[in-house]
Design a protein around this ligand. Structure first.
Ligand code: SAM
Length: 215
């Protein structure tokens, strides 16, 4: 993805009360940040944060952490966050390859992957957030009955992901190639759209979604 550099975004994020810079120190202690024992759900690659912010507003009894690699996009979520009177949403700027340094085994209740970068070249497959290498990392932080949800409009990436899950400790329990085609379906229930989802739906692209849990 091409990114415009937003001047000062790195510093603004480091200074924000809503981003946790020393995230490694909170491994196993995230309840201290939230001040309660509510389940913690994370979105990896949250971009500008529409999805996770709406989820946090809709579900005050669930804690959310948005994870994003680039300051230039994360800054948009941080700016929006300042205007909200909620206490269940924080952000981490990091590359998800480090995710095991941030969370303890069983600390995370659910992982959302929305419109993850496709990395189309075979030699980059392990960088895909639904590669077996990433599922191994998710296994180290998710609770036993934890859930992974993945949405994309990229059919090749989706097919890759369905196959890849089979090589891991997880199994797909529900999936669709046309999420918005049946709004009565269980897999659509409570759907909160992301920035990319809105854009692709408007263009007429079909949205694929899978839900996975431990096999
Ligand atoms: N989830 C948002 C949405 O659906 O609108 C943004 C989708 S955008 C295509 C993918 C985002 O994932 C980008 O903001 C990118 O910087 C972030 N990203 C990609 N790989 C990442 C990684 N390894 N760790 C953290 N963020 C990552």
């Amino acid at each position: 993805m091409r990114l415009r550099n937003v001047r000062g975004s790195r510093e603004a994020i480091a200074d924000s009360e809503f981003t946790i810079n020393d995230f490694k120190e909170y491994k196993g202690k995230w309840r201290e940040i939230f001040g309660n024992d509510n389940p913690i759900r994370i979105e990896i690659g949250m971009g500008k944060g529409k999805f996770i912010t709406e989820m946090a507003m809709n579900n005050p009894d669930i804690n959310y952490i948005g994870i994003e690699k680039y300051s230039s996009v994360l800054i948009r979520a941080v700016e929006k966050r300042r205007e909200l009177e909620i206490d269940n949403l924080f952000f981490i700027r990091m590359d998800a390859v480090e995710i095991e340094d941030a969370f303890e085994k069983g600390e995370i209740d659910r992982i959302y992957l929305n419109f993850s970068d496709p990395w189309p070249k075979d030699r980059h497959a392990k960088r895909r957030l639904t590669s077996r290498q990433f599922f191994e990392r998710y296994d180290k932080i998710l609770k036993d009955d934890g859930i992974i949800e993945f949405k994309t409009d990229n059919k090749d990436l989706f097919d890759f992901s369905l196959e890849e899950v089979k090589e891991t400790k997880f199994k797909v329990i529900n999936y669709t190639y046309d999420l918005h085609g049946d709004t009565d379906a269980e897999i659509y229930r409570g759907n909160v759209t992301t920035e990319y989802e809105d854009k692709f739906v408007e263009k007429g692209n079909k949205i694929c979604k899978l839900v996975a849990t431990r096999a």
